[in-house]
Design a protein around this ligand. Structure first.
Ligand SMILES: *Cc1c(COP(=O)(O)O)cnc(C)c1O
Length: 430
């Protein structure tokens, strides 16, 4: 008789999981207040940069207030809120003056925006593999990827665990290149007691619907550098400059302005962040203990220097050899049938996406076949150069969303039970 739910057995879990986003009357009140006020956008070109130093002026704009509050929660001086976490990466690179002819090192295992932001400013993403047990940028591989064209390294704090920022900052300093953190997964995460986001020169967060704080969409840049903060604030205002006439534009910018509605919701979401992160960390620790003896399903290693971990994702490494060759997709389908939503994550390494294989970027071959670059890259030739990323994408990674970790230990016991059950009856999947 079939045991597994996928072949007709009884599922481990039939009750619902915590839902995301978490919200209550506070969000409703915040939205209502903005609606009634009639102030729906960041009405004054009151600079977040100035206001970061003058908390008394914060009633000018929710967007500016949120920028300050988020920065304060992340040990950063300046927070410049924008429309999304893709635009923030582009603005961060532009503010650093990165452009044609420049290279930026990004991990091969990340969401596409980490690399396409580089392309948007007409610079060239160079991919480096990640560590096998954290899926974070591997510092040991960085130096070999640095050339005289390298202008920045973009560590991505994958799943919410900080990269090894000691090693990355040290390498960047020695080579005189910038560090742009993609902290889209790292709300409230820490490296050795300091929040991620402004550990390097500039950092970026996303508030898209799946992220650990959300207004549906949104993003923010953090930095401790006043000059960079002012540049970002101008870039998101189409290149306006504070103190200059309204219709006078100084640099190539865009409209990346966040609305007052988004900021009002995010101010409430920020109030819950620390408690939610604490709950996710506690549950993640408990789950790791429960499944410690399950062969073939190792969670990513939690580096003790990552003192706070947002657990945007809880990632298991599936070893096909331990399951008699049953493919990961079958295992995941069986888990879902047991009532545990799981998925396999990024389909390809970033460089193996059609856009990269076809070099379908800007017109006339830019930026990779461009006289400013004076070189070229063939992203098709990256195949097999990042074995950890390829293994993660093609056979290994199983992702569990952070909302599953917002409940209690009983939920973790259900996840562990489902993993153990599918493992024990894996022959049914063959
Ligand atoms: C979500 C995400 C982004 C981009 O965020 P959006 O707000 O969706 O544009 C960037 N980098 C990583 C790693 C992400 O996961």
């Amino acid at each position: 008789m079939a045991e597994l739910a996928i072949s007709g057995g009884r599922p481990v879990r039939t009750t619902p999981w915590p839902e995301w986003p978490v919200h209550d009357e506070r969000e409703v009140e915040a939205i209502t207040e903005v609606t009634r006020s009639g102030k729906w956008w960041r009405f004054a070109y009151a600079s977040g940069v100035e206001l970061n130093e003058d908390l008394s002026a914060k009633d000018l704009s929710k967007v500016v207030e949120f920028g300050m509050e988020f920065a304060r929660h992340h040990d950063a001086r300046y927070g410049i809120a924008m429309t999304n976490g893709t635009g923030t990466l582009e603005v961060a690179l532009r503010a650093l003056g990165i452009g044609p002819g420049d290279e930026v090192i990004v991990p091969a295992y990340t969401y596409v925006a980490s690399a396409t932001a580089v392309l948007q400013v007409n610079a060239v993403p160079i991919f480096v593999d990640v560590e096998g047990d954290t899926y974070n940028l591997d510092p040991a591989l960085l130096e070999a990827a640095i050339t005289d064209r390298t202008r920045a390294i973009m560590p991505v704090h994958f799943g919410g665990q900080s990269c090894d920022m000691d090693a990355i900052l040290d390498i960047a300093r020695r080579h005189g290149i910038a560090v742009v953190e993609d902290a889209a997964h790292g709300h409230g995460s820490e490296w050795r007691g300091r929040k991620v986001g402004a550990l390097g020169d500039i950092g970026s967060f996303s508030f898209q619907a799946s992220k650990n704080m959300t207004a549906g969409e949104g993003g923010i840049v953090l930095t401790n550098n006043r000059d960079l903060a002012e540049k970002c604030d101008s870039l998101l205002w189409a290149g306006r400059q504070k103190g200059r006439p309204w219709y006078e534009f100084h640099q190539l910018g865009w409209n990346y302005r966040m609305t007052e509605f988004q900021a009002a919701i995010l101010l409430v979401q920020l109030e819950r962040l620390a408690e939610q992160n604490a709950r996710r960390m506690d549950n993640a620790r408990y789950l790791a203990k429960l499944i410690a003896d399950l062969p073939g399903l190792a969670p990513l290693r939690w580096d003790e220097r990552a003192t706070k971990h947002s657990f945007y994702l809880y990632v298991l490494r599936f070893d096909p050899a331990a399951f008699g060759g049953v493919p990961r997709s079958r295992f995941v389908d069986a888990l879902i049938a047991e009532g545990v939503p799981a998925f396999t994550g990024y389909t390809f390494p970033v460089y193996a996406n059609p856009m990269f294989l076809d070099h379908d970027f800007h017109g006339k071959g830019c930026p990779i076949n461009c006289h400013h670059y004076g070189h070229t890259v063939d992203y098709a030739a990256y195949a097999h150069t990042c074995p950890v990323t390829e293994r993660a994408c093609y056979e290994e990674s199983i992702w569990l969303e952070h909302r599953l970790f917002l409940g209690d230990h009983r939920d973790m016991e259900n996840i562990a039970e489902a993993l153990a059950k599918v493992s024990a009856h894996v022959a049914e999947l063959a």
